[in-house]
Design a protein around this ligand. Structure first.
Ligand SMILES: Nc1ncnc2c1ncn2[C@@H]1O[C@H](COP(=O)(O)OP(=O)(O)O)[C@@H](O)[C@H]1O
Ligand SMILES: [Mg+2]
Length: 406
């Protein structure tokens, strides 16, 4: 009975269904083509028939066991992004000190750093055991940590102490797999010339110094901007990764040795208010700051919060408004004044060197709102990934233009 009914309906509606399918077919086909092209372009390697000699290439292996070597051959790799993001001397001279460090909001209280170091060692063991719930830490961000390969980047907060840790873990096999971390790290990889999140982490402390220097040149920004104190940490006896490069930059071969596990320990920031894209004042203030600092700060709005000062400002500041200032400049100046008068500071959580991250080599993009900012970034990604001419790639190898930290 049911079969008859179905047959009856199918016959009656057959023509209509056919028409509907025909109408949707071009749209579906277009979608399939776009998806196929995107997947192929993102994932496919170069043709096997092309000569491999001049393609930039890295080989990564453990320094203490060279039996297994992993290779990545990719025309996007550039010298600065792979070899000028780490400086061992700088790294070792900015380690979590021995002795005590004070709490940000209660300077009379402090903690022995040996306690933090012990907890961090336990955290790394738990991460390497594949755990996602940690005994002494609460995760703040874990979407860039690959729980299968147990490598990547995670931000955690100490449960018992007012500090956070940004922990980076890599292995030779994961270092040559830039596609396994999700969409954002993959975009960063293409735009920067092959930088991995593991490598950009080393720039977070030197860039903090650069931001401090920029900000110190203007008394109002200087009074308004705060950042958490940060230190590097690495486990005892950490294994080292060796990254060797071929056909990258003008030198025939290059080499860098990086710790496979390290962390950045920072003061925990307690926000008075989070900055929001919906608020014009918030968005413009953050973009103006990034512009003032020559885009060495990542303008992503979630990197900024308002923080209440521990002690009221003793000095009175007056934010200058030039006579010919436009509405935008007046709005930002008035907002800065309001925050200074209210004893609030604009705190920058994230001090990753943005120019390295997205491969800004010459003049930064000038922009006055976030919509145009994201459009410009998307355009840069599309160009770097899909529309770069071969002569541009060759030029980038022959005459690298560095904007990197080391
Ligand atoms: N010092 C800090 N205090 C409190 N929360 C923090 C701190 N640093 C980072 N976070 C939290 O972790 C998130 C990710 O940290 P962030 O440094 O911005 O990483 P990413 O480079 O992936 O953007 C931030 O948006 C914030 O919520
Ligand atoms: Mg951030």
């Amino acid at each position: 009975m049911l079969w008859c009914h179905v047959t009856l309906i199918t016959k009656e509606e057959k023509q209509n269904i056919g028409e509907r399918v025909m109408m949707k077919a071009p749209r579906t086909a277009c979608l399939m083509v776009v998806l196929c092209i995107t997947t192929v372009l993102l994932e496919a390697r170069r043709s096997i028939h092309r000569t491999p000699e001049a393609t930039p290439e890295i080989t990564v292996y453990w320094r203490d066991d060279q039996t297994e070597k992993y290779r990545l051959r990719d025309s996007h790799l550039e010298e600065g992004a792979v070899f000028h993001t780490f400086d061992r001397e700088y790294f070792e001279s900015h380690m979590l000190p021995s002795g005590v460090i004070p709490y940000r909001y209660e300077p009379k209280k402090s903690i022995e750093t040996s306690v933090l170091k012990k907890l961090l060692e336990e955290l790394v063991c738990e991460m390497q055991a594949g755990k996602t719930v940690f005994t002494h830490f609460e995760p703040l961000k874990k979407n860039e940590f690959n729980t299968h390969s147990r490598t990547g980047f995670i931000v955690v907060k100490f449960k018992d102490y007012p500090f956070v840790a940004k922990v980076f873990v890599e292995e030779p096999s994961s270092f040559v797999d830039p596609y396994s971390r999700g969409f954002r790290p993959m975009c960063i990889y293409f735009m920067s010339g092959g930088v991995m999140r593991h490598s950009t982490g080393f720039g977070r402390i030197p860039n903090l110094d650069i931001i401090r220097k920029h900000v110190a040149d203007d008394p109002c920004w200087d009074a308004l901007i705060t950042m958490p104190d940060k230190w590097f940490w690495q486990p005892d006896n950490v294994r080292q990764l060796v990254v060797e490069g071929k056909n990258i930059g003008p030198n025939p071969s290059m080499k860098v040795t990086l710790p496979s596990v390290y962390a950045i320990v920072a003061d925990l920031i307690i926000p008075e208010k989070r900055m929001s894209l919906i608020s014009k004042k918030d968005a413009r203030l953050c973009l103006d700051l990034c512009h003032y600092c020559d885009y060495c700060i990542d303008p992503n709005i979630s990197n900024f919060v308002l923080e209440r000062n521990i002690e009221p400002r003793t000095k009175k500041y007056t934010v200058p408004i030039p006579d010919n200032a436009n509405n935008h400049q007046r709005m930002v100046a008035n907002y800065m004044q309001e925050l200074l008068d209210d004893d609030l500071s604009l705190c920058i959580y994230d001090t990753e060197h943005f120019r390295t991250l997205v491969g800004i080599k010459d003049a930064p993009f000038h922009t006055s709102n976030y919509v145009s900012w994201y459009l410009k970034l998307s355009k840069k990604f599309m160009r770097d990934k899909f529309f770069k001419f071969k002569y541009e790639r060759i030029e980038a190898q022959k005459h690298p233009t560095f904007q990197y930290l080391f």
